[in-house]
Design a protein around this ligand. Structure first.
Ligand code: AMP
Length: 237
């Protein structure tokens, strides 16, 4: 589902469900955006779904953006990103990753060795699609109980798929001026929430996927085409 208001994107969501669940899910998605003047729901039959384990989730809070960004940098180094390339990723999100200025709809693909941008379309980026929680309702309840939002529920699903598709490390913070928590993810570290990765009121954000250039084709094909369900619930620390 995607919805907009006066030409501006306001809401988007994706679900992988059995045929019997479709009417209820369509109804839920219809009522999801608070306000819109355009809403489109696309249905697609998926014949093959791969089941994967959710990344574990940990959270770290700092007093200042500077400290939080230093911490995120260290986690990227732990994930195997060289310091120059890790700093480049952080700088891209600080200045807005779209070469024409501002945000992108998808993610930047950064060569983990050279720091070169590899995404075929640098204004759009690459979008991670076709991923969902097998036990969405249970996962949702668990996240809410832990004080985590539905936004985090979806971000953990995206990050988990990314790592399974061959992304070596990911850095993200939102373009929502009021949402300041971002994350670093990798196979070894899991999904590491870091707060605050930007100042309140800042409308810039994005996602950086650090990948190996030699795997570019397979990674993009996996992110855009292969369908994944997270089969379990994550552990939290
Ligand atoms: P959000 O966390 O939804 O505010 O998204 C932050 C940024 O991540 C957006 O500005 C996009 O550049 C990027 N992004 C959002 N959704 C996706 C996705 N499904 N796949 C890749 N990048 C995304």
């Amino acid at each position: 589902m995607r919805a907009s208001l006066k030409g501006r994107h306001v809401s988007g969501a994706e679900r992988i469900v059995c045929e019997e669940e479709m009417p209820a899910v369509i109804k839920e998605l219809l009522h999801r955006p608070k306000e819109h003047d355009f809403l489109k729901i696309t249905l697609e039959k998926i014949t093959h779904v791969e089941r994967i384990k959710a990344l574990s989730v940990s959270s770290f809070t700092f007093r200042e953006v500077r400290e939080a960004r230093d911490f995120a940098l260290q986690r990227l180094l732990d994930a195997g990103v060289g310091e120059k390339v890790a700093r480049l990723g952080i700088e891209l999100l600080i200045k807005g990753p779209n070469p024409k200025g501002g945000n992108m709809r998808g993610a930047v693909l950064l060569d983990i060795d050279s720091g070169e941008r590899l995404e075929p379309n640098k204004e759009r980026g690459v979008r991670t699609v076709r991923v969902d929680w097998a036990l969405r309702e249970k996962a949702k309840k668990l996240f809410l109980k832990k004080g985590l939002s539905l936004r985090t529920l979806d971000a953990v699903a995206i990050a988990t798929k990314n790592i399974h598709c061959g992304v070596k490390a990911e850095l993200c913070w939102s373009d929502d001026p009021n949402y300041l928590t971002g994350y670093v993810a990798s196979r070894k570290l899991g999904y590491v929430r870091v707060h605050p990765l930007k100042e309140k009121g800042n409308p810039l954000g994005g996602r950086i996927y650090f990948i190996s250039r030699s795997e570019l084709r397979e990674v993009v094909e996996c992110l855009e085409r292969r369908a994944f369900l997270l089969e379990d619930l994550p552990s939290f620390s």
